[in-house]
Design a protein around this ligand. Structure first.
Ligand code: PMP
Length: 413
């Protein structure tokens, strides 16, 4: 009998049979409160009836229409609907299947548009697992181990992570921007730099929100040198942070946005958005793939946008996010060095008595939570941050239940 690769490290013992709202039902007959949402994907909750209906109807109408051959209605309608939520000026979109592909699309576009070879990424960033995306990922050595050489032209600058250095946010930001200028002056000339690629909140890197001064510093340098600012909104987009896009917390507008995850409630769909003028600089034939912008995924995405609006999920993410972050801060005992987040991205960083990353206790806590019926994940370079990313439909009662389980877990570990 064939078995799943033992290299797939499964975070919980759950075999999911069915999902509904914020719950997953396992083959063990148990109900689990899902605070992982398929890693920030099922924002409308598992199997939202409106999304299910839209997908079912589309399956029976047209499943696939490859967009370099024929356009189709769901693709056109989704394009126009995205125009209502994207920042002004980002009026052109392009679709792929996964987050990594969207990151690669943004990289290709930035290099083609500027004619420059280099990209600057930020320490602790995660951008995916294809070779180019993994080359731009610095949130853990595990993501690029064993398949060097990686893509050339990637330089890494600091992200302002105050907690790690025992600094204030101001000190961390000053340091990050100073180092960026030093990188410009030494190893990566601005005139050879195509793009900054950055997450509004480090996701896999440990749920570290950026800040206004930092992103405005990037925007100023981008404008001064003709560098494109790419915001990787794959984990932070579609309401997750309590605003429609994460960068909207920081008063900057990017040149390119990558999107995936929360876009289509679990159907594989990703994309990039940019100005029409910029998007026109992509070389014909260099972007795209067989399955990008699949008709069923687009129909699910349209329904997802409708649910986000009709059920006020962005506002709910902001309110429930504050409840969750405050609760996690109140509950944190000695084992946790920092609790941080933005909206419904909340991370608790486990540290040892001498301040070192404590992966062992983070893993124990995450696994004990699953036994108690609460699904959580870890993240961070040392996998010592336990993260909570519930569906955006989560209720105040469900947040209280999760916090109560979390409190019991912390007492026991
Ligand atoms: N960028 C960010 C910010 C992500 O969080 C992820 C996925 N965790 C990716 C890119 C890669 O997406 P995918 O796994 O769909 O390739």
């Amino acid at each position: 009998m064939t078995q799943l690769s033992p290299r797939l490290a499964q975070a919980t013992p759950v075999i999911a049979e069915r999902g509904e709202g914020c719950y997953l039902y396992g083959t063990d007959g148990r109900r689990y409160l899902d605070f992982t949402a398929g890693i920030g994907v099922t924002s409308t909750g598992h199997c939202h009836p409106h999304v299910v209906r839209a997908a079912q109807q589309q399956v029976a109408t047209l499943i696939h229409g490859q967009y370099t051959t024929v356009l189709h209605q769901p693709l056109l309608e989704l394009t126009s609907r995205l125009g209502e939520v994207l920042p002004a000026g980002l009026d052109s979109v392009f679709f792929a299947n996964s987050g990594s592909e969207a990151v690669e699309a943004s990289l290709r576009l930035a290099r083609q548009a500027t004619g420059r070879p280099n990209v600057i990424v930020f320490h602790g960033g995660f951008h995916g697992r294809t070779v180019a995306a993994a080359s731009m990922t610095t949130s853990g050595t595990r993501f690029s181990a064993g398949f060097s050489p990686l893509m050339a032209g990637v330089h890494v600058a600091p992200f302002p992570t105050a907690f790690r250095y025992g600094w204030t946010e101001q000190e961390a930001t000053d340091f990050a921007l100073r180092e960026l200028d030093y990188i410009f002056a030494t190893i990566c000339a601005p005139a050879e730099t195509a793009a900054f690629v950055v997450e509004p909140v480090l996701g896999e890197g440990g749920y570290v929100p950026g800040n206004t001064r930092f992103f405005q510093g990037l925007r100023e340098r981008a404008d001064a040198h003709g560098i494109l600012l790419v915001m990787d909104e794959i984990q932070t987009g579609f309401g997750r942070t309590g605003k429609f896009f994460g960068h909207q917390h920081f008063g900057v507008t990017p040149d390119i946005i990558t999107m995936a995850k929360g876009l289509a409630s679990g159907f594989p769909l990703s994309g990039i958005a940019a100005s029409t003028e910029l998007m026109a600089k992509a070389w014909p034939g260099s972007q795209g793939g067989t399955y990008g912008g699949n008709a069923v995924a687009c129909a699910a995405a349209i329904a997802t946008l409708e649910v986000i609006e009709d059920e006020h999920l962005v506002a709910n993410a902001a309110e429930r996010g504050t409840q969750l972050l405050d609760g996690a801060r109140r509950t944190a005992g000695d084992a946790i060095g920092d609790v941080r987040g933005l909206g419904l991205l909340v991370g608790s960083e486990f540290t040892t008595d001498d301040g070192k990353p404590d992966r062992e206790r983070a893993t124990a806590a995450q696994q004990l939570a699953a036994v108690k019926g609460l699904l959580l994940l870890t993240c961070g370079a040392h996998m010592n941050v336990v993260r909570m990313i519930p569906p955006l439909v989560v209720s105040a009662d469900q947040v209280d239940t999760a916090l109560s389980i979390w409190s019991d877990v912390l007492t026991e570990v």
